[in-house]
Design a protein around this ligand. Sequence first.
Ligand SMILES: Nc1ncnc2c1ncn2[C@@H]1O[C@H](COP(=O)(O)OP(=O)(O)O)[C@@H](O)[C@H]1O
Ligand SMILES: [Mg+2]
Length: 257
Amino acid sequence: MIRKGGVKIAITGKGGAGKTTISCGLAFKFRDNENQVIAVDCDPDTNFALALGFPNPADIKPISQLKEMIAERTGVESLDKPQTFFKLNPKVDDIPDKYAVSHNGIKLLVMGKVCKAGSGCMCPENTFIKRLISHLVLEKNQVVILDMVAGTEHIGRGTAANVDVALIVVEPTKLGVLTGLNAENLLKQSGIKKISFIGNKIVNIDDEIFLKENIHSDFLGFIHLNKTLEQNRGIFKFDKSLEREFDEVFKKLVMED
Ligand SMILES: Nc1ncnc2c1ncn2[C@@H]1O[C@H](COP(=O)(O)OP(=O)(O)O)[C@@H](O)[C@H]1O
Ligand SMILES: [Mg+2]
């Protein structure tokens, strides 16, 4: 997995499936294995910082709110009015160093709310963030973990393009399977080469069998419904069994690359 140029991993899945939880577990595992981790919160309802245990997560200013900087970089006077002409290739390479916040050895970029207009929006903010995500320059040993927004609309929009690996988090429910397979289809169409599933909130072996019978693709692993996670109310912490499960997922991820 760790190769020249690092690796960029997008975590997708339906709302509540466990994208942020899986993103945290993987971020910690990569960090503990001597990688430099850049965690990127791509969900407009930002909670990656909170889940990673950052102090005062609400005080982190999302990139999309840095209006003056985005206006300047995209060459427009102001972002307050709709813009027809703006630079499609704004400078982004200095953004991680300038705007990432760090805690416990993890760097975090919070993208924030971009555009109410939705999928097709080509506003300066959207363009800037898309370019930032696809141009996160990776050095050897760097791992970017993108905690994506729920659903699949961002896949079509191209936010998840340019990633090396897409992981689809699925719960063992019919809806979980349906949305997972739909996401897989779209991710394949967008040209991502490595796509794997992670089963989450597994209670018993029947849940694993149900997922494997309905999704005939690669599973990186299964994470059980975990008491410690439930008790911690949204802040991620390993207990022994959770750490063991993440070790398995991590090993498989690293091995398969
Ligand atoms: N394996 C698990 N065991 C127990 N609770 C979990 C597990 N995975 C996720 N959760 C909980 O479910 C809720 C939704 O998970 P989250 O990771 O925020 O989902 P998403 O990011 O996909 O919306 C959170 O409260 C989280 O703590
Ligand atoms: Mg989330």
